[in-house]
Design a protein around this ligand. Structure first.
Ligand code: ATP
Ligand code: MG
Length: 440
């Protein structure tokens, strides 16, 4: 990009909020050089919005706390102080620092260094650009703007050394590449792949956070996981997923990210899709190992089990003329449970979609959409679960049926009877039926 044009252009896009400029002004007027750094500068140069404008400053954390009335010591040992603006939004202000010791998990930092030192400790060139919101100057000692233009993720400095310092950078390289549709520069990529066996030393929480950020931020999350697979990171971190299929990766690409957290269940939906090559148990084990909350673990497991039960049937019925019968739709809703039906179908729909894209035979999208709509209507209208029956265990007990497994069998038989034809779901009809089957 040429200087003059770029400058004019960048000033428009590099527009941090007034509150951030104001913080920079206070620090600068007190004699402390202060710059916008990191993701916000990168995203602004890419023309994308970014909410958190982080500041880096020559001021020490003590200076920052002295200069602003309302601060929060968010990461004081690393030099980060949160400054609250009049609207109570917090902005992170971090003292220029150098990492003096890293063991891949913890960093020990040293203050009293220059902006360039601070930029040098950052992971990728595209993340190591500083912008002075007062003067409008860009500081870019590692060619971050050039790499943004070339759409390349490149380590700052020696890639092998940088990843040895912190193996999380291997996962971050992949996430940024997939998020922006960038290539990973070849030496950086070699360092990512060489890092794979060592990623097991990362805390499970950091790994989980990377997976979450990938599901939240990356439009084509399948591309990120493909790079996890290709680099060996997947085999190291989630061995049961080492050979994740292309259908799974493609299905992940068909599920949109949660759109700035306005639709959080989309993140879980993407986890379901990611785990779909595994059975419910293995998926639960993998997610549990990664410290996902129990609620998420069991939801993913139950959706996968639901699809395992109905998937083959669905595929067959959608291939037949006229599509599934109402009775089949009720059975499916009953088998997955009505509350999981939507998630199970969404999984099925993206897997079929992925198969079609990969040239494999799968039911057409229109058949999937129409059966899905019909099932949703039916699932919330008709009796599909034992709890929906017009009789319960107490009624059957009163009718002389012994409690225990026999009772359960009768209830299941009655459900079957009702799934076939929901008008049978009356107390009289079911008690009469129970009298016949219960005595067998
Ligand atoms: P995101 O949109 O995901 O928040 P980001 O670039 O803001 O992207 P953060 O994790 O918030 O990423 O980190 C802020 C900045 O701190 C990065 O841009 C980078 O300069 C630096 N940084 C973060 N993590 C590391 C790391 N592990 N190694 C080196 N530098 C890092
Ligand atoms: Mg950030």
């Amino acid at each position: 990009m040429t200087g003059a044009r770029a400058a004019g252009h960048d000033r428009v896009r590099l527009a941090p909020p007034d509150t951030v400029v104001e913080i920079a002004r206070v620090l600068t007027e007190a004699g402390f050089e202060t710059w916008c750094v990191g993701g916000a500068v990168r995203d602004a140069l890419l023309g994308e919005a970014h909410l958190d404008w982080d500041l880096a400053t020559a001021a020490t954390p003590a200076d920052v706390r002295r200069l602003f009335r309302r601060t929060v010591p968010v990461g004081i040992e690393f030099g980060t102080v949160g400054v609250l603006d009049p609207g109570n939004a917090m902005h992170e202000v971090t003292t220029f620092r150098r990492d003096v010791k890293t063991d891949g998990r913890h960093a020990e930092v040293e203050f009293g260094v220059s902006l360039d030192d601070d930029l040098a400790r950052r992971d990728f060139t595209i993340n190591a650009i500083a912008y002075n919101p007062l003067g409008g100057e860009l500081r870019d000692p590692f060619g971050g703007q050039r790499d943004l233009e070339a759409r390349v993720v490149r380590a700052v400095g020696d890639p092998e050394a940088r990843m040895r310092e912190d193996r999380l950078r291997a996962l971050r390289a992949i996430r940024f590449a997939a998020r922006f549709g960038f290539e990973i520069e070849s030496a950086t990529w070699r360092a990512v792949a060489d890092s794979a066996p060592f990623t097991t030393r990362l805390s499970r929480e950091r790994v989980k956070q990377e997976i979450e950020k990938t599901m939240q931020q990356v439009r084509y999350a399948g591309r990120a996981i493909a790079l996890w697979r290709e680099s060996g990171v997947l085999a190291a971190l989630i061995p049961t997923l080492a050979n994740v299929t292309d259908v799974t990766l493609r299905s992940l690409d068909l599920l949109p990210p949660p759109a700035a957290h306005r639709k959080p269940d989309r993140e879980v939906q993407r986890l379901v899709a990611l785990m779909a090559d595994l059975g419910g148990r293995d998926a639960e084990r993998a997610l549990h190992d990664l410290r996902f909350p129990n609620k998420t673990v069991s939801w993913v497991g139950s959706v996968l089990r639901g699809w395992a039960v109905i998937g083959d049937d669905v595929r067959r019925a959608l291939g037949e003329l006229g599509g599934p019968t109402d009775a089949a739709l009720r059975r499916w809703a009953g088998a997955t449970g009505r509350t999981r039906a939507r998630a199970v179908w969404r999984l099925g729909a993206v897997r079929f979609g992925a198969e079609r894209q990969l040239g494999q035979p799968a039911p057409p999208a229109s058949a999937v959409a129409s059966a899905y709509r019909r099932e949703m209507r039916i699932a919330f209208r008709d009796p599909v679960e034992i709890g929906d029956l017009a009789v319960d265990g107490v009624d059957l007990l009163a009718a002389g049926i012994a409690p225990g497994p026999g009772m359960k069998a009768v209830l299941e038989h009655l459900l079957d009877y009702v799934l076939e034809n929901p008008t049978r779901n009356t107390r009289d009809a079911l008690l009469a039926r129970a009298a016949i089957v219960g005595s067998r």
